[in-house]
Write a new protein. Structure first.
Length: 142
């Protein structure tokens, strides 16, 4: 079970950079739907607007109706993306090769986009210079 300081189960958000609300959300998520319900009931007991706010947040974020299997699936996808070894060396090698290839493709695509941007900028600049030269030629003829 993940703890508040276990940032490996939440790779997209480092615990140090999270605010108190995000940390509390992660802590409650790690303990399941029962913890959310307990927090909501305590909120109603001690300060009813807090309980109402928690209820609204649980409904809005779909925590009230989600199953625990969805959070397990999310954690397994996150652990795959983090690059943790699975114990199967062939699969780990395949995964490393695939991630390396995807990173290379991403780099190639980003350089392609940069070349496109430069070409577009050059075209726009050339059009501007042509229009400017045409305007100055028109004003000099008058």
């Amino acid at each position: 079970m993940a703890t508040l300081t276990d940032t490996a189960s939440y790779p997209s958000r480092a615990a140090a950079s999270r605010n108190w609300f995000g940390k509390a959300e992660d802590w409650l998520d790690a303990r399941g739907k029962g913890a959310w319900i307990a927090a909501m009931v305590l909120g109603f007991i001690f300060f009813w607007p807090a309980g109402l706010a928690l209820l609204a947040y649980m409904i809005w974020s779909k925590r009230m109706f989600s199953s625990s299997t969805r959070s397990c699936a999310r954690r397994s996808r996150q652990s795959f993306a983090m690059g943790r070894p699975t114990g199967n060396s062939t699969f780990d090698a395949y995964k490393a090769d695939t991630l390396r290839r995807l990173e290379e493709e991403q780099g190639s695509f980003e350089s392609f986009l940069e070349r496109l941007r430069e070409a577009k900028d050059k075209t726009e600049f050339d059009a501007f210079m042509d229009e400017r030269a045409k305007r100055s030629a028109d004003t000099s003829e008058s």
